[in-house]
Design a protein around this ligand. Structure first.
Ligand SMILES: NC(=O)C1=CN([C@@H]2O[C@H](COP(=O)(O)OP(=O)(O)OC[C@H]3O[C@@H](n4cnc5c(N)ncnc54)[C@H](O)[C@@H]3O)[C@@H](O)[C@H]2O)C=CC1
Ligand SMILES: O=C(O)C(=O)CO
Length: 316
């Protein structure tokens, strides 16, 4: 390996001590980007053998500038911030960590769902403001009489299914393949899931097919009073259509962990709606998941440095 440098484009953890301990011991230098602007990444990527990225856009110009690059690691599951086509064309391996936070995201999804269906966010705000009563709360429904529709039934969707069953929810799912992975979960068409869900939760990756999957036309198909949960990617929802759906009452509430764009403009009308609860792309986080993620990415980098195949290659 001629280059001994790697570039970390961005990371939400304050220090890189896990990466430094393992990589510096092997003689690898870490370049910690000061910001994730494309021009900065183009400049810093020139002589690195690997790029590790959380949410920064690893664009075609960044990849083409990285002349010695053998590996691009997504420090996470979703691959929507990496130009996979160009990486593959240049025979650069791309990896992700497909299963480090499945339980955390499923728990978070149920958390958002319960906060909305039990009016926990609403009552919390009112109680803190000194209003100790049940006046004017949105209607609440018995969960065991509600249909939860999942769009996407991969690692996370299936984990949400298991939890939701324990709450007595009637769960159904939609994916293009219709594979229920032996769970017995009814698999429906997109139209059926939109028409029949009392709660709709998104667990599909961001792609051309899922971009603005929730738009004015699909909002129209939803059951009146539906609750919408998104812990996948913000751009699965057209934010303007969501706002209109909330304002007309078609959508009774939204629980959002992901946004378009990120970070969102929290002064936007959408986030001022009382029936929107939001968390800052935090669904994946626990001490355990983040440590596991960082260790596994570091091992992928070490493998390639040592001339071995890394785990979880997505483009081979
Ligand atoms: N908020 C957070 O902190 C986190 C968010 N995520 C997001 O969650 C997404 C899902 O993660 P996993 O379940 O692990 O992925 P996965 O790859 O195991 O499952 C994805 C599922 O989406 C389905 N799918 C693909 N295209 C579809 C379409 N057009 N319509 C409906 N379904 C479609 C697939 O068939 C599969 O069932 C990730 O792609 C990522 O964007 C992942 C981790 C953390
Ligand atoms: O792992 C993912 O895809 C996340 O969204 C967290 O970065």
């Amino acid at each position: 390996m001629s280059s001994r440098k790697i570039l970390i484009t961005d990371h939400p953890w304050p220090e890189l001590e896990i990466e430094e301990n393992l990589l510096r011991a092997a003689g690898i230098e870490i370049v910690d980007a000061p910001n994730d602007a494309e021009a900065t990444l183009i400049d810093l990527a020139q002589d690195v053998f690997a790029i590790a990225t959380c949410w920064a856009e690893v664009t075609e110009p960044v990849i083409r500038a990285a002349k010695s690059c053998k590996l691009i690691c997504r420090m996470g599951i979703g691959l929507d911030n990496i130009n996979l086509k160009v990486a593959s064309e240049l025979e650069i391996l791309v990896t992700n960590v497909p299963d480090y936070c499945v339980e955390e995201v499923a728990d978070h999804t149920l958390g958002l769902m319960l906060a909305l269906t039990r009016n926990i966010g609403f009552f919390h705000q009112r109680t803190k403001q000194g209003e100790y009563n049940l006046k004017a709360g949105p209607p609440m429904h018995r969960l065991s009489e509600q249909r939860l529709g999942l769009i996407g039934f991969g690692h996370i969707g299936r984990e949400v299914f298991q939890r939701a069953k324990a709450f007595g929810l009637d769960v159904a799912a939609h994916t293009p393949s219709g594979n229920d992975y032996g769970t017995g979960c009814p698999m429906l068409s997109l139209d059926e899931i939109l028409f029949t869900s009392d709660i709709l939760s998104l667990h599909a990756p961001l792609s051309d097919a899922t971009h603005h999957l929730i738009n004015d036309s699909t909002v129209n198909q939803l059951k009146a009073g539906v609750i919408l949960i998104n812990t996948s990617r913000g751009s699965l929802i057209d934010p303007a259509a969501l706002l209109r759906g909330l304002q007309t009452g078609k959508i009774a509430g939204a629980g959002l962990d992901v946004f378009e764009p990120e970070p969102p403009d929290l002064h936007d009308e959408l986030y001022r709606q009382e029936n929107v609860i939001a968390t800052p792309h935090a669904a994946f986080v626990s001490e355990e998941s983040v440590d596991e993620l960082r260790m596994r990415v570091t091992k992928q980098i070490l493998a390639v440095f040592n001339g071995e195949p890394p785990q979880n290659i997505v483009n081979q």
